[in-house]
Design a protein around this ligand. Structure first.
Ligand code: TRP
Length: 334
C-alpha cells in the first residue's frame, strides 16, 4: 500500500522480444488496472546481467521494452515505468535482505538450477541471489499484488517468506505480497509445441508471435502452426494446437469459443489460420504505429525515463530508510 492505494509491481527482463503471450496474458490487461492500483513496471536490468549480455544490445533492448509498454497503452503519467538501475535502492535493499535469506532456501530455487545448467560456464553468485533482488524489487514498493507467471511463483513465495521473517523480527515493515490473479487471462501456447507456453526465450522463432512482427510474418507463422490432422475446428483438450488458435482468436476478437466453432464449421484449418493471423495483425497495427511515433520522440521518452525514475526513487527510498533504521544503521545527518 502506498499513499492509500493498493500497489501492483511487475518486473520484466529486456532480453528477448515480447510475444503475443506477453501481450494477451499480461500487458493488454494491465492497461485496465492503472486507476485501481498504484502500478510499477520495472525493466530489471540488474537481473539481466546474471547472464552475460552485450552492453550495447542490453541498453537498446531496455529502451525498446520501456517504449513498447507505453505503445501498448500504459500511460506513463499513471504507471511508473522505469529502469531498475536508475533506482539504487534495489541493490541496497538486496544486500540487506541477503542477510535474511538462507542458502538452503536459495538452493531449492528451480530457476537457479535450470539457469546454472544452461550457463554452466558462468554460475555466478548474482544468479544464485537473483530471487533476493526480486524480493527487494517487490518489497521496496510495499506491493500488495504481483502478476507472475507460473515460472516465477517460487520466487514470489520466497519473497513472502523473507518479508514475514523480517517483519517477525522488526515489526510491520513490509507488506506481504500476493500473486495477482486477474480475470482468466489467456494462456497462450507455443505455435510449434502447443503443450508448452509461448516464451520470449524460445529458440525457434516460428514458435512465437512477437509483438513487433509485421503482418506477413504473423500470417506466415500462423499458417505454419502445428495442429492435428482431422481438419475440424473444435475446442478440445486433445486438440492443443487448434485449442490454442481458438483461444488466441477469442481473446483477440472478443468472440466466444462456441461462436467461433460455429463461424468456422465449414472451414478448414488453412482458412482458420489466416483468419487468426489477420485478427492478430489488426490488433497489433495500432501498437506498431504508436511504437514508431514514440521511437522518434526521443525527448518525450527521455522525460518519461527521468520523471518515472524520480517517482520510483521517492517511494523506494522511503522504504529503504525505514529498513536501514530498523537494522541499526546510523541516521543520516541533514
Ligand atoms: N524474475 C522475473 C522474470 O524473469 C522478472 C522480475 C524481476 C520480476 N523482479 C520482479 C517479476 C519483481 C515480478 C516482480 O520474469
Amino acid at each position: 500500500m502506498l499513499d492509500g492505494k493498493r500497489t501492483l509491481f511487475s518486473g520484466m527482463q529486456a532480453t528477448g522480444d515480447l510475444t503475443l503471450g506477453n501481450y494477451l496474458g499480461a500487458l493488454k490487461n494491465w492497461v485496465k488496472l492503472e486507476n485501481e492500483y498504484e502500478t510499477f513496471y520495472c525493466v530489471v536490468d540488474l537481473h539481466s546481467i546474471t547472464v552475460r549480455q552485450e552492453p550495447a544490445i542490453l541498453r537498446k533492448k531496455a529502451r525498446t521494452l520501456l517504449t513498447l509498454y507505453i505503445a501498448a497503452g500504459l500511460d506513463p503519467d499513471k504507471n511508473c515505468i522505469y529502469y531498475q538501475s536508475h533506482v539504487s535502492a534495489h541493490a541496497e535493499l538486496s544486500w540487506i535482505l541477503n542477510c535474511f535469506t538462507y542458502m538452503g532456501e536459495l538452493n531449492r530455487m528451480t530457476q537457479f538450477k535450470d539457469k546454472s545448467a544452461k550457463h554452466s560456464d558462468n554460475i555466478n553468485s548474482g544468479l544464485y541471489t537473483y530471487p533476493v533482488l526480486m524480493a527487494s524489487d517487490i518489497l521496496l514498493f510495499q506491493s500488495d499484488v504481483v502478476p507472475v507467471g507460473s515460472d516465477q511463483k517460487q520466487h514470489l513465495e520466497i519473497t513472502r517468506d523473507i518479508a514475514e521473517r523480517f517483519n517477525n523480527i522488526y515489526g510491520d515493515v513490509f507488506t506481504v505480497p500476493e500473486p495477482y490473479i486477474g480475470e482468466a487471462g489467456a494462456r497462450i501456447m507455443s505455435l510449434q509445441e502447443p503443450n508448452k507456453k509461448m516464451s520470449k526465450s524460445d529458440e525457434n522463432p516460428n514458435a512465437s508471435i512477437y509483438i513487433m512482427d509485421d503482418k506477413d510474418t504473423i500470417i506466415r507463422k500462423f499458417k505454419r502452426a502445428v495442429t492435428d490432422s482431422d481438419n475440424e475446428i473444435r475446442y478440445s483438450e486433445d486438440k492443443p494446437g487448434i485449442k490454442n488458435l481458438i483461444d488466441i482468436y477469442s481473446v483477440t476478437t472478443g468472440k466466444a469459443v462456441g461462436d467461433i466453432e460455429k463461424e468456422f464449421l465449414n472451414s478448414g484449418y488453412g482458412d482458420f489460420k489466416i483468419a487468426v493471423g489477420e485478427a492478430v495483425a489488426d490488433m497489433l497495427t495500432p501498437v506498431h504505429s504508436r511504437m514508431s511515433e514514440l521511437t522518434k520522440d526521443k525527448a518525450y521518452i527521455d522525460n518519461v525515463i527521468k520523471t518515472n525514475a524520480e517517482k520510483a526513487n521517492y517511494y523506494a527510498t522511503k522504504t529503504l530508510r525505514k529498513v536501514q533504521r530498523k537494522v541499526g544503521f546510523p541516521d543520516r545527518i541533514r
